[in-house]
Design a protein around this ligand. Sequence first.
Ligand code: SAH
Length: 195
Amino acid sequence: MKLLRVLPLSKELLRQTVEAGEIVIDATAGNGNDTEFLAEHVGENGHVFAFDIQQQALDSTYNRLSSLNERVTLILDSHANVQKYITGEVGGAMFNLGYLPYGEDLSIITEPDSTIKAVERILGMLKVGGIVTITVYDGHIGGDIERDALLDFVKNLHQRDVHVIRYELINQRKNPPFLIALEKMRSFTTPRRVE
Ligand code: SAH
C-alpha cells in the first residue's frame, strides 16, 4: 500500500471496518466531507448521525448531501451528548478537530473535555473490531491544549480494551494534522484506563 495522507487514511480505516447497513457517527460534521463519505459507505440501509454545535456547519453539510440526507440525521448539539441520540451498536466514528473552515467564528473550536467525553462514550457504543478516527489539528489557539489532553487520555486506555495508533507525515511543513485511530478490542461500556 502507498503512504496515504492523514484524511485518506482515516477514510480507508473506516472503509475496511464499517459494513453496509450499519450506524456510524460523524462527531464533527463541519462542512460535511466525512458525513458524505460515511453516508455513501453505509448505503441506503445504513445511517449516519452527524453532530455539530454550529447551525452553519449543519447547513453546509445538508447542502452538500442532497439525496444522501435520507440516510443522515443532523444533530445541533455537542458530541459529548451522543448517548441522548443513539441507542444500539455503532459501526465506526470519525472526528475532525479544530474550527470550522470558512466559518463565521473561527474561535469556536472543539474543546478537550467534550472531545474526550465523546470519544469515551462512542468507544462504549462501538462494535468490537470497530474503529474511531480522530484527525487532530494543533496549529490554532487552544489546539495544543486539546492535543495534549487527548493524547494523555488515549495513551492511558487499557491495551486489552483499545488499541491506539498515531500516524503523521513528519516531513510536512505548516502544522499538518495527525491521525489518532482507536480499535475496540473487547466488549465494554467504559474503557479501562491504566493508572
Ligand atoms: N479543522 C478541520 C475541520 C474541523 S471542523 C479542517 O480544517 O478540515 C470541526 C467542527 O467541530 C466545527 O464545525 C465545530 O463547530 C465543531 N464542533 C466544535 N465543538 C463541537 C462539539 N462539542 N460537538 C460537535 N461539534 C463540535
